[in-house]
Design a protein around this ligand. Structure first.
Ligand SMILES: Cc1ncc(C[n+]2csc(CCOP(=O)(O)OP(=O)(O)O)c2C)c(N)n1
Ligand code: SF4
Ligand SMILES: [Mg+2]
Length: 263
């Protein structure tokens, strides 16, 4: 199986997307024969081109809809390994409702978000993760809103695997994606990705990102998530997956058991 297609890469020289592509190619190499079972789903934006560059089966879906397509693929064929690539505008603005419900559902799929904190393909508008004061096409006087914290949102939404990577650390990122694929359930990896054209964060990220050990509880993981430069697996929890529950049904619980499951 050819892991890279012959498509010419059209990302700007120096774009953080190259590191994400390299990390994923390493993952496919490490999966060996199992790479044949991988289906890539990508959203709309610069990140979405990744589907053209990898040799797996792939589906380039519409803006914001990567999570439901991943879920549908897994429900249709449980032998497949669905891996999604979304942008921050894609996942945290346009498709945020889908993201929250995918975490809550806990289908066995993996989602990698190329988080460059900007709508890059449409040339530099502020997204949900742009810092307050960000100056771009849609916010010439500075973005007035506080940014969203995706890792904290996903931990609170019930995701069983929440990680943060940096596109400048390919070795760590490939490990995080591989661990996400190995985790049974919805696995979420937010990747800090510089966009050299509209939000060049290489310097600050190179200086400040650092690895951390996973939190032992949701509370500990949330504290890690609120450190925007902490990278690694932030939270991991084994939970029943959606596709099993759909097939087998869900046992009825007592009120106490239901409340305990919500803690
Ligand atoms: C439903 C819909 N809304 C808006 C657009 C226009 N659009 C195309 S790409 C894009 C920006 C994508 O930004 P992001 O998801 O952050 O990806 P990036 O380009 O930064 O990788 C937008 C708004 C669209 N194609 N479809
Ligand atoms: S516009 Fe930004 S995200 Fe898009 S290819 Fe260029 S550097 Fe990368
Ligand atoms: Mg973006």
């Amino acid at each position: 199986m050819r892991l890279r297609t012959s498509q010419k890469i059209v990302w700007c020289p120096g774009c953080g997307n190259y590191g994400i592509l390299r990390a994923f190619i390493r993952v496919l190499e490490r999966l060996g024969e199992d790479a044949r079972r991988v289906v890539v789903v990508s959203g709309v934006g610069c990140h979405g081109k990744i589907a053209d560059y990898v040799g797996t089966s792939s589906f380039h879906t519409i803006h914001g809809r990567v999570p439901p397509v991943l879920t549908g693929i897994k429900l249709a064929n449980r032998e497949l390994i669905p891996v999604g690539f979304a942008g921050d505008g894609d996942a945290y603005n346009e498709g945020i409702a889908h993201l929250v419900h995918a975490a809550r559902k806990n289908t066995d799929v993996t989602l990698v978000v190329h988080n460059n904190s900007v709508y890059a393909l449409t040339t530099g508008q502020a997204t949900a993760t742009s810092p307050k004061g960000f100056r771009g096409k849609s916010t010439p006087r500075g973005a007035p809103e506080e940014p969203l914290n995706p890792a904290a949102l996903l931990i609170a939404s019930g995701a069983g695997f929440v990680a943060r990577g940096f596109s400048g650390n390919v070795a760590q990122l490939s490990e995080l994606i591989l661990q996400g694929i190995s985790h049974r359930g919805f696995s979420f990896i937010d990747v800090l990705q510089p966009c050299v054209a509209f939000n060049n964060t290489w310097e600050v990220l190179r200086e400040r990102v650092h690895p951390v050990e996973p939190g032992r509880s949701r509370e500990e993981a949330l504290k890690l998530a609120y450190n925007p430069f902490a990278t690694g697996v932030l939270y991991r929890e084994a939970k029943p997956v959606y596709e099993d529950s759909v097939v087998a049904g869900v046992p009825e619980g007592t009120v106490e058991e239901v409340l305990e499951s919500l803690r």
